[in-house]
Write a protein that binds this ligand. Structure first.
Ligand SMILES: Cc1cc2nc3c(=O)[nH]c(=O)nc-3n(C[C@H](O)[C@H](O)[C@H](O)COP(=O)(O)OP(=O)(O)OC[C@H]3O[C@@H](n4cnc5c(N)ncnc54)[C@H](O)[C@@H]3O)c2cc1C
Length: 466
């Protein structure tokens, strides 16, 4: 006989931990299965303010993040486009984030993902690590649970009213919802490693991600502590054979092609031991599932769709889709909203957010234009009333949707948070201060006839109570 839970979440990355905690908080029984033992390595280290001040505030871990010593990311610095000089922006320049802490963090995912998973556990989620999901249980149209392997090799099954697939890019069960289609235009690959002793940008930009374009692609340079730096090259597909033949030599060769990054690494040495000791290669990250849900099952985060990493949007998309899915699951389990309406709202909002990044990325890879041209495109794809530059900062801060829960303007519980920590004084200093709540922002439907979130942000209002 198999067990039964209200919800089974497959995968304990940022998406899975978010949806699991927000469904458990509504009083439902949630089981989360992950094949790994945490802490585990993952790429995706540069966060957006929407994750830190929106989702992490809603989850109740904003303070824990502030105290974890992660480098403070006030914005980003690009060597990109027709201008040969690097240019920077700060998230505080977004009118939606101004006047309050607007920073994000650069995080070691080993630590960040552990914080979110521990939070899910504290909220009441039953978390089982080293449990690999092998397939789904089906009953005609409906998914009714999953089959999994336990650490001792036993094959078992668990039934659930809803299965959430948050198992990332390598999901083995997402195909039970729909096939994936890959982007025709974005087929780049990445090769990346870690260095000790790299230089830092001056002053307030010290914690920024530095992204520098060169002839064969672009390089990221992410400060993960005062001394540790994540460095990766994203290159065009024709270089795949070279990169895959010898990733380490390929990484060194690509760094040499980009003097800005090479100079910053002049006194640095590559880490060769521990979780950061390997040079890794990743590819095939621009795709989307043709459907994001079917009766009894929903895909979130990378299991549903993903985009090129140039705007560091992956964790934002995973956690935001976790919030949207939690609202739908909670509404269905309470009987307030029919399943098709609830998950259509989830899918519409998640596709919109993914689509904004994807559409903007296509134009951002046109390198021979001025930065003003990028800002103009940001305004066009977000259909935002703010200026072109502000629309750009809204987009790359993850707040272009206007969702109150992404700017922390909808939650009442407040915790002290780091405000201007690290600005020009090193990267990881913790300075805590009580800050007033952001001015409330009205919750609205994002499309005609669409659903509106309930006041606590954890479910949708029934369609007849807009
Ligand atoms: C080169 C590169 C650079 C990137 N840089 C950034 C960045 O700077 N910022 C950013 O925000 N994003 C970045 N990303 C994207 C980011 O890595 C992902 O979008 C993010 O990790 C997705 O979160 P998730 O919760 O959907 O999945 P994941 O973080 O992938 O978590 C999935 C979890 O599911 C588990 N799992 C998998 N299969 C099973 C199974 N069968 N049974 C049980 N458990 C399973 C895994 O162990 C894992 O813990 C980058 C991606 C790439 C490829």
């Amino acid at each position: 006989m198999s067990e039964h839970f209200d919800v089974v979440v497959v995968g304990g990355g940022p998406g899975g931990s978010t949806v699991a905690a927000l469904v458990a908080r509504a009083g439902h029984r949630v089981l989360l299965l992950d094949k790994e033992s945490f802490p585990r390595y993952q790429i995706g280290e540069s966060l957006l303010p929407a994750t830190v001040h929106g989702i992490c505030r809603l989850l109740g871990v904003e303070r824990e993040l502030a105290e974890a010593g992660f480098p403070v990311k006030h914005g980003a610095t690009f060597r990109w486009g027709a201008n040969p000089r690097p240019w920077s922006f700060s998230f505080a320049e977004s009118p939606r984030l101004a006047g309050q802490p607007a920073h994000a963090y650069q995080v070691e995912r080993l630590k960040f993902d552990q914080i979110l998973l521990d939070n899910a556990r504290r909220t009441g989620v039953e978390v089982r690590e080293q449990h690999t999901v092998l397939g789904v249980l089906e009953d005609d149209e409906r998914v009714t649970g999953v089959r999994f392997r336990t650490p001792d090799g036993t094959i078992a099954a668990v039934e659930a009213t809803v299965v959430v697939d948050a198992s990332g890019a390598g999901s083995r069960i997402a195909r039970h919802v729909g096939p994936r289609t890959r982007s025709e235009f974005l087929r780049n690959l990445a090769v990346f490693g870690y260095f000790e002793g790299g230089r830092r940008l001056p002053g307030p930009d010290a914690g920024n991600i530095l992204s520098a374009a060169f002839d064969n692609g672009w390089l990221w340079y992410i400060p993960l502590s005062d001394t540790l730096t994540s460095v990766g090259a994203v290159v065009r597909p024709h270089l795949a054979p070279l990169v895959q033949a010898d990733p380490e030599q390929a990484l060194y060769g690509l760094i040499e092609q980009c003097p800005l990054i090479e100079d910053n690494l002049a006194d640095a040495t590559r880490v060769t031991e521990g979780p950061y000791g390997q040079v890794r290669v990743r590819k095939d990250w621009s795709y989307g599932s043709t459907r994001f849900w079917r009766p009894g099952m929903v895909l979130i985060g990378d299991a549903a769709c993903s985009v090129d990493p140039v705007f560091c949007s992956g964790v934002h998309l995973a956690t935001y889709s976790g919030l949207l899915a939690a609202r739908s699951v909670n509404s269905v389990l309470s009987g307030a909203v029919p399943e098709d309406l609830a998950f259509a709202e989830f899918e519409g909002r998640y596709r919109r957010e993914h689509g904004v990044f994807y559409d903007f990325l296509l134009s951002f890879y046109t390198l021979n234009v001025s930065k003003r041209s990028y800002f103009w495109t940001a305004k066009k794809v977000t259909e935002c009333a703010d200026s072109e530059f502000q629309s750009f900062v809204n987009l790359v801060g993850g707040v272009s949707s206007g969702e109150p829960d992404l700017i922390g303007a909808a939650t009442e519980a407040r915790t002290p948070v780091r405000t201007d920590a690290g600005r020009g004084t090193g990267l990881g200093t913790s300075l805590l201060a009580d800050v007033p709540p952001r001015a409330p922002v009205a919750r609205t439907a994002v499309r005609a006839g669409g659903l509106v979130a309930a006041p606590d942000g954890l479910s949708w209002l029934p369609p007849d109570q807009p």
